[in-house]
Design a protein around this ligand. Structure first.
Ligand code: PXP
Length: 248
């Protein structure tokens, strides 16, 4: 199995909402997240990721249902731990759910989930989603205590937060890669699938090849940014070509 790519298409909805948030039923509302999903798959995306946020700043419930109904590829729903989102996940029934921390003020998902600090709630939500047939991932910082707690919460997968890695420069990158390596090894030993995401781009993705046991990368911003130059299908294809060098 090659390293899989989940393409996060939230920012297609961000662009549409910039103009049409107050005219959701306008026939002019564009671009379409559903069409973006098709384009990403044509470029070789292995799955689609959407984050329905509490403030609905980009993806709307209608987008999630449209993508779920019309596209057969695996869907990964990112969600904060709330009753409302749990209700949406149980109706939508995506193949995968990734639990993420969410505050209203942040620009994007900042930091990982505190599984240790919210253990009972996290464990309960993981179990409810799993009993409805979904595989559950926890988005955590590459911190051994959080990895251990994710294993104890019976998560199927962890998604290691690569934000610190992608923000590091020069000599500081090495230390961040080492944190990811240690976390990936620990998660793999605990029997969880190891994914990674946040801030991964065309320039830094190959540095992640030092991290063992990676099954999937989740990438949004850089691919959507590149799509403004070459189109989404080509942007995804370029990323897949880079990822093909991952030593499995
Ligand atoms: N993984 C998770 C859990 C995220 O919240 C995000 C951001 O939405 C991503 C991956 C993708 O990050 P980026 O847009 O920086 O590629």
């Amino acid at each position: 199995m090659s390293l899989l790519l989940g393409v996060n298409i939230d920012h297609i909805a961000t662009l549409r909402q910039a103009r049409y948030a107050h005219m959701p039923t306008s026939p002019n509302a564009e671009p379409s997240p559903y069409q973006a999903g098709l384009d990403a798959l044509e470029g070789g995306a292995d799955s689609l990721t959407i984050h329905v946020r509490m403030d609905r700043r980009h993806m709307q419930d209608a987008d999630a249902y449209e993508i779920r109904e019309k596209i057969k590829a695996p869907l990964n729903l990112e969600m904060g731990i709330t009753e409302e989102m749990l209700g949406l996940a149980l109706k939508l029934k995506p193949e995968y759910v990734c639990l993420v921390p969410e505050t209203r003020e942040e620009i994007t998902t900042e930091g990982g989930l505190d599984v240790l600090g919210r253990f009972d709630t996290t464990r309960m939500v993981v179990a409810r989603l799993q009993s409805a047939g979904m595989k559950v991932s926890l988005f955590i910082n590459p911190d051994l205590k959080q990895v251990e707690a994710a294993g104890e919460a019976c998560a199927d997968m962890v998604e290691l937060h690569t934000g610190c890695f992608s923000n590091a420069q020069g000599d500081l990158v090495k230390g961040q890669v080492e944190r990811l390596v240690a976390a990936a090894e620990e998660a793999h030993l605990s029997g969880m699938q190891v994914n990674a995401g946040h801030g991964i781009n065309y320039a830094n993705v190959t540095r992640l090849f030092e991290v063992p046991h990676l099954a999937e990368l989740n990438i949004g911003h850089s691919i959507i940014a590149r799509s403004t130059r070459v189109g989404l299908t080509a942007a995804v294809r370029e990323m897949k070509e880079l990822m093909a060098g991952y030593p499995l």
